[in-house]
Design a binder for this molecule. Structure first.
Ligand code: GDP
Length: 461
């Protein structure tokens, strides 16, 4: 393991009461010692604080406090020093320059956490949880990240993995005695274990929808014919909300999304800027464009003017957009303009024509009628995603994919047993399942995956 000495600013880069620079590696103490002549650092105990001046040669850079953490009782498990200085970005820069002159090098993004992982202090999902804890913006996302930091998902997986590993050993033993046609591994017991794993994977995979809603917000598309009342509804929804216009990279290219908060959950209203720009356009929104918008959505709010004579175009549009994993809410709009009998009729027309489950809400955005019902419906959609039996929630795309691949591998193992496929193939499929399960905690990994994860961290983490 390469534990050359690295340094980086651990606090935000800007003016603050204090700033902290982290130094970690074999030479952490001698590197800092060169700038801290007042005390023999090698002689100090772990977890002690030391007051003095940080020097560049003869020049005092700042009055600092050093915290010393000796291996293995540090974040990275290496000798580490944290230097607390007066929080001026200029002083931070001078201290880093001096440390580099003294023999340290600048840490790469996530390198401290990478070392904590490589040195075995935390597993990969915990390393990822550190990034999530730092990124958490509300109570829901903080709680989920902390539970993962405590090893939530790894605990769930590693028990299953150990049980599966036992079977792999037995199956591989059978391979060693291939000529004798013996079965060491009880196939029905293996099947029972696979069922157990399958149901655990199921509930973890299911929890991702909720996890994603917590972490990234629920994506909502508002669709309807021109003049259906989309922008008026949008304004009504955002009325009490300070409209947060954010550029969320990585979803759809450069889409501007507005975010609505209801009962602590975030709802991202997809492509609402486009909605505002095109609100004067007379041409009907094409199915293709609507599909693109709905493709990334979890919820579709379809608006139809309650006063419409013929809903066949709306019905056709809805039919072409619905998916099994899309929550559908149909709103009859402008109910202040029509008699109740008319919007009652509208509801029954939609109920007769659309087989999928949906909520029907009659609203007037202008008179603020039933807008709260719509908000309640959105919020209860997120609440019902919460899995009852599972308190570990998956929020990480990488974990989700590894779980899905594990599930596929488990299915293949079950098939191999059912169709009495060769023991070699069975062993191969089992190994596959083990590998995917191991990817989550990082028991099985490769440099590319690690590079991908840690490069997203900031420097100093
Ligand atoms: P969009 O093209 O779907 O975005 O529709 P707009 O929100 O621009 O609304 C079209 C027209 O309907 C505008 O003149 C709105 O003032 C009007 N409108 C929208 N919602 C309501 C409503 O709830 N009640 C009434 N009376 N008019 C509405």
């Amino acid at each position: 393991m390469n534990n050359d000495t690295i340094c980086a600013l651990a606090t935000a880069n800007g003016v603050g009461a204090l700033g902290i620079i982290r130094v970690s590696g074999n030479e952490a103490l001698p590197v800092v010692q060169k700038s801290f002549p007042g005390k023999k650092l090698e002689k100090q105990k772990s977890h002690t604080l030391h007051y003095g001046y940080f020097m560049d040669g003869e020049e005092s850079i700042d009055e600092v406090m050093l915290s010393i953490f000796l291996a293995p009782k540090s974040f990275t498990t290496e000798n580490s020093v944290e230097i607390a200085f007066h929080g001026s970005p200029h002083i931070g820069k001078r201290i880093l320059e001096t440390l580099i002159k003294n023999g340290a090098r600048m840490a790469k993004a996530g390198e401290f956490t990478l070392r904590a992982f490589i040195n075995g202090r935390i597993d990969l999902s915990q390393a990822e949880a550190i990034a999530d804890v730092i990124a958490s913006e509300n109570e829901a996302s903080r709680k989920v990240a902390i539970s993962q930091l405590k090893g939530g998902i790894t605990n769930e997986i590693s028990v299953l993995r150990t049980d599966l590993l036992n079977f792999v050993s037995l199956i591989e033993l059978e391979l060693d005695f291939a000529e004798e046609d013996v079965e060491f591994a009880d196939r029905s017991a293996l099947n029972l274990l696979l069922d157990k794993i399958e149901s655990k994977l199921h509930s973890l995979i299911d929890s991702f929808q909720y996890g994603n809603a917590i972490k990234n917000g629920t994506a909502v598309a508002i669709i309807g014919k021109p003049n259906a009342g989309k922008s008026t509804l949008l304004n009504a929804l955002l009325k009490e909300e300070r409209a947060i216009v954010s550029n969320i990279a990585g979803t759809t290219r450069d889409t501007i999304e507005e975010v609505l908060h209801i009962k602590g959950h975030a709802f991202r209203l997809i492509d609402t800027a486009g909605l505002r720009e095109t609100m004067d356009e007379i041409e009907a929104i094409g199915v293709k464009k609507a599909r693109e918008k709905v493709a990334n959505a979890n919820v579709l709010i379809y608006l139809a003017d309650a006063g419409t004579e013929d809903f066949s175009e709306d019905i056709e549009m809805i039919r072409s957009l619905v998916r099994e994993d899309l929550k559908l809410i149909i709103c009859a709009t402008k109910i202040d303009e029509v008699f109740p009998a008319q919007h009652e009729k509208a509801e029954s027309i939609f109920r007769d024509a659309i087989p999928q489950e949906f909520d029907f809400i009659k609203i007037s955005a202008v008179e603020n009628q039933n807008i709260q019902d719509l908000k309640n419906e959105l919020s209860s959609y997120v609440e019902q995603l919460k899995s009852q039996e599972n308190n570990v929630v998956i929020t990480n795309q990488r974990h989700y994919e590894a779980l899905r691949k594990s599930m596929e591998a488990v299915h293949k193992v079950k098939e191999a047993i059912t169709f009495r496929i060769s023991t070699e193939l069975l062993a191969y499929e089992l190994r596959n399942a083990l590998e995917y399960l191991g990817e989550i905690s990082g028991e099985v990994t490769n440099d590319e995956v690690l590079g991908n994860i840690f490069s997203k961290f900031c420097i100093g983490k």
